[in-house]
Design a protein around this ligand. Structure first.
Ligand SMILES: [Zn+2]
Length: 231
């Protein structure tokens, strides 16, 4: 396969069934998922969804392609998984930085965003009560709430969590690296001023049920809204 090896090693963006970018994989793996019908290919311009046969029948009009023994195959730059377990997710490492991201720099007791300097990591069940340092027992708390809660479980302190803490379901750190494709732009969460993404709000629905239409405004992501035009 010599000359095609480089192309096969290039990255493909992987969306889950809700069209959220969850990771990248190689073109080689993407083609394999496509061939096994574990994923469909998404045209980044039209947002049309294709199974392998349909994708293979597309003509290559100057698009990136993979040379095969038969016709050149359009390179799948973006694929959407057909089931949630088609590709195992990388687990998100529990770290201070990732916790700040998960909780969106927001105190999980009062809901305020006092700024990173004024936030602390709170053990919901205090360590002295056997609480673990884990995704499901650590939240961001502002200095005030932390002081008020002191060394008590929230019930004892008469405080309530904004939401139950859980491990993030995918990595925000989709390693796009230097080989990030322009064609992915419409599929990636937009970043705010803090430099952290907000992919976790569940509003990233597919443009349309069958995926065979462009998004409502038909701009194809040219103005940065892409298929996920919320916020
Ligand atoms: Zn607070």
């Amino acid at each position: 396969m010599g000359p095609t090896l480089g192309v096969l090693g290039e990255p493909t963006l992987v969306l889950n069934r809700s069209w959220m970018a969850i990771t990248t994989t190689t073109v080689r793996r993407a083609l394999s998922l496509l061939f096994q019908d574990s994923a469909h290919a998404v045209c980044p311009r039209t947002f049309e969804v294709h199974d392998f046969a349909s994708w293979a029948s597309l003509s290559v009009n100057g698009d990136p392609c993979v040379r095969t023994v038969r016709n050149p195959l359009r390179l799948p730059e973006v694929i959407v998984l057909r089931s949630y377990d088609a590709l195992p997710l990388r687990t998100v490492a529990f770290s201070r930085r990732n916790l700040y991201r998960r909780d969106s720099f927001t105190c999980q007791y009062c809901g305020l965003r006092p700024g990173a300097e004024e936030l602390t990591i709170d053990h919901v069940t205090p360590r002295s009560h056997g609480g673990r340092t884990s995704w499901d027992n650590c939240v961001l708390a502002c200095v005030e709430c932390n002081k008020r809660k002191a060394n008590r479980p929230p019930e004892e302190a008469g405080m309530r969590l904004v939401r139950q803490p859980v491990a993030p379901q995918w990595s925000w750190d989709v390693e796009l690296g230097p080989s990030r494709r322009d064609s992915w732009e419409g599929f990636l969460p937009r970043r705010n001023g803090n430099g952290h993404a907000h992919p976790g709000n569940g509003h990233h629905a597919p443009p349309h049920g069958n995926g065979h239409h462009a998004p409502g405004n038909g701009n194809g992501g040219a103005n940065g809204h892409g298929p996920n035009g919320h916020h």
